[in-house]
Design a protein around this ligand. Structure first.
Ligand SMILES: *Cc1c(COP(=O)(O)O)cnc(C)c1O
Length: 244
């Protein structure tokens, strides 16, 4: 018995040290990218734990991560407790209307709001459980058909024109997923588009705090930081491959 536990503990310790090193490296890269781009605001590191067990979340927490992201309601609600005072949890995947009620008690923010209908429903459900929820508006900057997100800025105007009626929802900024390609130009164009949307919206709605830009994943977060990202969403580079 004892020897089995010792072996397990040794393996856990090795996993943990490896994760610590990976996270340290990512943080180093983030700092360097911030310096190179001459920005003066900081970047939050979100660990995307989808397809990894809760033990991996606890390991990351132990490595100093305090922000997590999940993209599916079922997995998120199976994996995480309702209340988690030591860290924040965001829903980052496409959210169907009929799952809003289920996901709301678990999360601090929904980063994938892609319609007026959805934000209206989130507000209604948040009100009914007396919760204030933050959201980001997802923009389909690469206009790939398989992706969700707003396709035009006019739709975003229509949403923000109504924002005073969303009593329990706070819009904090924008989110996008870069193009699924290695084409550096296409990636930068996509992130630059999000930045331009933000500039336009800040000018048009100075009373709303729209400072958050969630963009950049394991493969493209350095470009995203260069283009102004304030949250990078990293899965594979922290937890290893998901092995679908
Ligand atoms: C899975 C996922 C990520 C993380 O992707 P990696 O390439 O593993 O870093 C980021 N954002 C969203 C919306 C995701 O679904």
């Amino acid at each position: 018995m004892n020897s089995i536990f010792t072996t397990l503990e040794k393996r856990d310790e090795r996993n943990m040290n490896e994760m610590k090193e990976r996270i340290a490296k990512i943080k180093e890269h983030i700092e360097r990218a911030i310096k190179i781009s001459g920005r003066n605001n900081s970047v939050s590191l979100m660990a995307v734990s989808k397809n990894h067990p809760y033990e991996a979340v606890l390991e990351a927490l132990n490595c100093g991560i305090t922000l997590f992201g999940e993209n599916k309601v079922q997995e998120l609600s199976d994996k995480f407790p309702h209340s988690h005072p030591n860290y924040h949890l965001h829903m980052i995947g496409h959210l169907q209307s009929n799952k809003v009620k289920k996901v709301l008690p678990f999360v601090d923010s929904i980063d994938s709001v892609d319609s007026i209908k959805l934000i209206t429903l989130i507000n209604k459900e948040a009100k009914s459980i007396d919760k204030e929820i933050e959201v980001l508006l997802e923009i389909n900057t690469s206009k790939e058909e398989a992706k969700s997100g707003f396709l035009t800025i006019d739709e975003v105007y229509r949403l923000l024109d109504e924002s005073a009626s969303f009593t329990h929802v706070k819009v904090k900024g924008l989110m996008t997923i870069g193009p699924l390609s290695n084409d550096e130009y296409a990636i930068k164009t996509s992130f630059n588009t999000l930045r331009e949307y933000q500039n336009d919206l800040i000018e048009r709605y100075p009373q709303i705090d729209l400072n958050t830009l969630s963009m950049g994943m394991s493969q493209d977060y350095l470009h995203a930081i260069e283009m102004g990202s304030t949250i990078v969403r990293i899965g594979t580079a922290i937890f290893g491959s998901r092995g679908y």
